[in-house]
Design a protein around this ligand. Structure first.
Ligand code: LLP
Length: 433
């Protein structure tokens, strides 16, 4: 297992943020999500420093869908990032954390009337308008409330990013955004003269997720900048801000070769300069929306090993006390992960096993056929890089309570999300007496 961020090994025991994983499992029980706060902060700073936030007033907006407890909102705020939210629930979380609403970018392909009202009442900085229906709703609500709302248009630029099919969002056949090639975007721009309470200031696109290749982003930059020029020439509308979405890939397993945040940012910013120079326009303010690349490698999950079943000449199943309820990604996307036994780091890998979850579902497999050191029931097994889309996609299938989340840094640990208990599971249920 690759050691991420502040992971270290002391006498075979894995430590994160100078806290022993054995101690964490004893203190907080398992399954347990562990967040390496130092790495989260480092990733935020790498973005801020390399995306020319200070010199150019460019912006980095953390994509909250990856992981958004109140704790994370606070951290993101302290590091000076903006925040991308996609629902009333995420917006509410940000609001309750004291996040500056001006720094919120509100996404979603079907924002409800209530969500739009809430966003306008709270004073959200930008609505990323996805469709004609939303445009009408925003105008109507703004009219009632005598408000004016700044917006970006989300466009579908038609770029094929090389990633898992389920998480591609930039192609033409997409539920997201105004399509470029069929003229929908132009219709939307032309309709702007009907809207008195909406201010179009930017364009947005998101071309996919877990992308290693920088080329699709460079193509995206080219398309967006050419659009900025075209919109100015055709409609005399000044597009001042261009939001390039998220999608930068991270390391999960051997073979993944992600670029650093620095390499990605520098290449994108440079390309924007070049193309704007070529087509003779001013470089707009650039926005990037990383989710996974800020939090994935900073999160790990600790489990306790339970039953071990060996089927001779077939496979050994090692079952842990969590599974698809705390990490749906292997079942949903065939996503790969690495694991280790936390107090046997560096020991020879003696066998090959399949790590299974505890749900009543054959597809509840966390890792297939992985080499592992000597493994016994009661051992604490860690899966790394579970920080993004783990807790945020967790469910209560089989009425399994969600694990706790702790954050670790400089030898200290603190709980940031409590473990659900059985009572919590029934909190919304009503039974006639
Ligand atoms: N901005 C927009 C508009 C997005 O739709 C997304 C992700 C992001 C930013 C952040 O992308 P990131 O940097 O995290 O790749 N559940 C899937 C990922 C779905 C991503 C959806 N949109 C997974 O677990 O792989």
């Amino acid at each position: 297992m690759k050691l991420n961020g502040s992971m270290t090994v002391d006498e075979k025991v894995l430590h994160i943020g100078d806290v022993s994983c054995i101690e964490l499992s004893e203190k907080y029980s398992t399954p347990l999500y562990v967040i390496d706060e130092k790495l989260v902060r480092q990733n935020c700073r790498d973005y801020i420093n390399n995306f020319k936030v200070k010199e150019r007033k460019n912006r980095v907006a953390y994509a909250g869908k990856a992981f958004l407890p109140l704790y994370m909102c606070k951290l993101i705020k302290e590091e000076g990032l903006y925040l991308d939210v996609v629902s009333g629930g995420e917006l509410y979380t940000a609001h309750k954390s004291g996040f500056d609403m001006e720094k919120i970018i509100f996404h979603g392909n079907n924002k409800t009337l209530d969500e739009i009202q809430m966003g306008i009442d709270l004073g959200v900085g930008i609505f990323v308008v996805d469709n004609f229906y939303e445009l009408d709703l925003i105008e109507k609500i703004c009219e009632e409330k005598l408000a004016v709302q700044n917006i970006y248009f989300r466009i579908t630029p038609g770029i094929e990013a090389h990633t898992h099919e389920y998480i591609k969002t930039g192609q033409i056949d997409s539920k997201f955004g105004f399509t470029l090639v069929n003229g929908d975007l132009y219709k939307a721009i032309e309709s702007m003269s009907n809207y008195k309470n909406i201010n179009l200031i930017g364009l947005h696109a998101h071309i996919g997720s877990q992308i290693f290749d920088v080329q699709p982003f460079l193509d995206e930059v080219d398309i967006m900048m050419n659009l900025v020029k075209e919109i100015k020439e055709r409609y005399d509308i000044e597009i001042k801000e261009v939001d390039l979405g998220g999608g930068i890939g991270v390391y999960y397993t051997q073979g993944d070769q992600p670029k650093t945040i620095k390499e990605f940012c520098e290449t994108i910013v440079k390309r924007a300069d070049e193309i704007c120079d070529e087509i003779n326009i001013e470089v707009p303010t650039l926005i990037i929306e990383p989710g996974r690349s800020i939090i994935a490698n900073a999160g790990s999950t600790l489990y306790e090993v339970g039953s071990i079943k060996t089927i001779k000449d077939v496979r050994t199943y090692v079952s842990v006390n969590g599974g698809m309820t705390d990490n749906i990604r292997p079942s949903l996307y065939q996503a790969g992960y690495e694991c280790a036994i936390v107090n046997k780091i560096g020991e020879e890998k003696l066998s090959q096993v399949t790590v299974a979850g505890k749900c009543c579902e054959s597809g509840d497999i966390l890792i297939s056929d992985t080499d592992i050191m000597d493994i016994k029931s009661g051992d604490i097994l860690i899966t790394s890089s579970t920080g993004a889309y783990g807790y945020s996609m967790a469910s209560n299938y089989n009425k399994i309570p969600k694990p706790a989340v702790v954050s670790v840094m400089d030898g200290k640990s603190k709980i940031v999300c409590k473990r659900q208990n059985y009572k919590d599971l029934l909190a919304l249920e009503i039974m006639d007496k």
